[in-house]
Design a protein. Structure first.
Length: 147
């Protein structure tokens, strides 16, 4: 009888997050591209749509970042939101309540993305480390085998 075993034995490490400066560079480039696309497609006077798109970008960047990258990611996205998604374009302003809410929304999105990634990686690592878990045999398709 043939016993199927995985080629890699031992624990596989949890993936390392991307370096913070690279995440911030991605936030800057992505925010610039998103705001330019939205300004072209729907016009510059729709900051709610830009906020939603930049929040999704912050969450996606959070999937591969450290928790310490979240504030910088939020600020980078907010700079493009404030500078180019609301008239007058190219002028940074501070409207206390509005901009505080926008920064909090972007920061929360980045934290949610990072937290979700950590949770998924932790669950995957736990499943790899727990001894005696049954896994289906993908080559035959007829039942579980033990690691």
């Amino acid at each position: 009888m043939i016993e199927w075993k995985p080629l890699a034995t031992g624990a596989r490490p949890v993936p390392q997050p991307v370096a913070t400066p690279l995440v911030w560079a991605g936030a800057g480039a992505g925010a610039l591209a998103l705001v330019a696309l939205l300004n072209t497609a729907v016009g510059p006077d729709r900051p709610e749509l830009a906020l939603l798109a930049l929040s999704l970008l912050a969450a996606l960047l959070g999937l591969c970042a450290r928790f310490t990258a979240a504030p910088g990611t939020a600020v980078m996205c907010w700079l493009f939101l404030n500078g180019f998604a609301i008239p007058p374009a190219g002028v940074l302003t501070w409207a206390g309540h509005r901009d505080t809410t926008w920064l909090a929304c972007l920061f929360t999105a980045a934290l949610i993305g990072t937290g979700l990634a950590r949770l998924v990686h932790a669950r995957a690592a736990y499943r790899r480390l727990v001894p005696g878990r049954a896994r289906p045999d993908s080559t035959r398709g007829d039942g579980p085998y033990e690691y």
